[in-house]
Design a protein around this ligand. Structure first.
Ligand code: NAI
Ligand code: MG
Length: 360
């Protein structure tokens, strides 16, 4: 018997429970096929937690997350809670959980599935072979620096401050080198070192750490140039590491290479192997409860968990191959279907992927 891996499962609101249920079927299949053992514990979070417990992030949910090896999250939020005061909003829980669990990086893979190349707005020949990962710093930079309003010489002024310390840069840069070393050994560090002091510090730290990873080919790319190169030559990137605001913008740009938000996975990592895995999309209240949601983003997030937290590369690769096989066979949920009348449901997509998972 393999070691028991504990997973905190947070379904959340809207389509969250629908897509998470499909990922749980995959967990079961991975146990049968690969002999792994998972112990799942469900926890309340988001709007449903506000309704039942009066807070988006109950203390026992945090306890369940802390005692697990990884967290699988669906999505939270919805119109029902939109006009609540800040502390009673589902999104406040999202910031709170990342902070409480010490998660400092957000990873977003952008993979173009061959058969979905025509779903993107870019030319298929530009997208060919695109398989990149944006590693975004989550805890520092201008989003968290001191902010103020004041009267200046020419009237009202606003100030945002961008601060990074060496420790914050080191931990994420090291993580990005590690990730690149397990992929295609290429790292692009993105900054604005020609103008910003924080970027100069960032680049110094990257250059200091680089010799520890001689097998990884490093390039420094200015952020404006990176925005262009992502559209010009996306397949030339492997891992991109960057600070918070640049990463926010570039990860959304990279996401659009792939077509649909229903396909995009993400991971948030802290020290060690602990991680929180979730689809990039939200709770999609417009389609909730109708069996229309694409479960692939959540299923691919689970594959990332297997790879990055558990080191179960065989199962991770098998899940990704199964997703590609089902798409290649022409099966589509309505978000990625050209002919919507032939679209399959959330559970049909989940079942097809489960059936396609094979041991190599
Ligand atoms: P959204 O991602 O929920 O939906 C945007 C559009 O994409 C909608 O038309 C939706 O139907 C579609 N869509 C999303 N996921 C899909 C899937 N798996 N399959 C098929 N179609 C899909 O973003 P929106 O509408 O801006 O936000 C809705 C709620 O979700 C809000 O309350 C928002 O705050 C919350 N939200 C939560 C996030 C999280 O839990 N991490 C992230 C983003 C938004
Ligand atoms: Mg964004």
């Amino acid at each position: 018997m393999s070691e028991v891996k504990k997973i905190a499962v947070i379904a959340g609101d809207g389509i969250g429970p629908e897509v998470v249920a499909e990922a749980e079927k995959i967990l079961k299949k991975a146990e049968e096929l690969f002999g792994y053992t998972f112990e799942t514990e469900h926890a309340l979070f988001g709007g449903i937690a506000i309704d039942e417990r009066g807070t988006p992030l109950p203390e026992d949910t945090l306890e369940i997350c802390r005692s697990a090896d990884a967290v699988l999250l669906g999505a939270v939020g919805g119109p029902k809670w939109d006009n609540n005061p800040k502390e009673l909003r589902p999104e406040t829980g999202l910031l709170g959980i990342r902070k409480a669990l010490g998660l400092f990086s957000n990873l977003r893979p952008a993979v173009v599935f061959d058969c979905l190349k025509d779903a993107s707005t870019l030319k298929p020949e530009v997208l060919e072979g695109t398989d990149l990962m944006v590693v975004r710093e989550l805890t520092g930079g201008i989003y968290f620096g001191e902010k103020l309003r004041r009267q200046g010489e020419h009237g009202e002024e606003a100030v945002d401050t961008c601060v990074y310390n060496v420790t914050e840069v080191e931990r994420i840069v090291r993580q990005a080198f590690e990730i690149a070393g397990k992929r295609r050994n290429k790292l692009a560090s993105v900054d604005k070192a020609n103008v910003l002091e924080t970027s100069r510090l960032w680049r110094e730290v990257v250059n200091r750490i680089a010799p520890e990873y001689p097998q990884v080919e490093l390039e420094h790319v200015l952020v404006d140039n990176c925005a262009m190169q992502l559209l010009r030559r996306p397949s030339s990137f492997d891992v991109i590491v960057t600070e918070n605001m640049f990463g926010d913008i570039l990860s959304d740009e990279a996401a659009m290479l792939t077509g649909s938000i229903g396909m995009l996975a993400s991971a948030s990592l802290g020290e060690g192997s602990y991680g929180l895995y979730e689809p990039v999309h939200g709770s999609a209240p417009d389609i909730a409860g109708q069996g229309l949601a694409n479960p692939i983003a959540t299923i691919l997030s689970l594959a990332l968990m297997f790879r990055m937290t558990f080191g179960y590369e065989d199962a991770a690769a098998a899940i990704e191959a199964a997703v590609a096989e089902v798409l290649d066979a022409g099966h589509r949920t309505s978000d990625i279907a050209v002919d919507k009348s032939k679209a399959i449901s959330t559970t049909e997509m989940g079942d097809l992927i489960v059936a396609a998972i094979r041991k190599a």
